[in-house]
Ligand binder design. Sequence first.
Ligand SMILES: [Zn+2]
Length: 124
Amino acid sequence: MKKYCALLLAAVTLILTLMSCSPAGADGGDFNAGYPVSPDELRRYSEELSDGVQTSAQLPAEPPKGKIVYWTASGTVYHLYRDCGHISSAKEVETGTVGMAKNAGIGKFCRTCAKKYAEESSEN
Ligand SMILES: [Zn+2]
């Protein structure tokens, strides 16, 4: 009986050894095919997408009341951050509350700023 157990143990050890050396480990081991883009790249992609595209339901619809936002006369969205990529290079940027932006015909919250704002508020 004791000998049989030892034999079984040896067999299990052998199987485990064979499994750890299976081709799955050899063919590109660390490459994670499920996530070909890094979070940073994903963020860049989402910034390139035009504002207003429904990329995530998690983003806040608008910043808190009374927050100062930024927009350009030619734009269609207002921004919470002056250094937002969409307006950082703009020379003439309007400043005011969300209500003022809406009065100016800018009714949508920049998705990039919304995302950044959502991240910041989740961190704190
Ligand atoms: Zn923005």
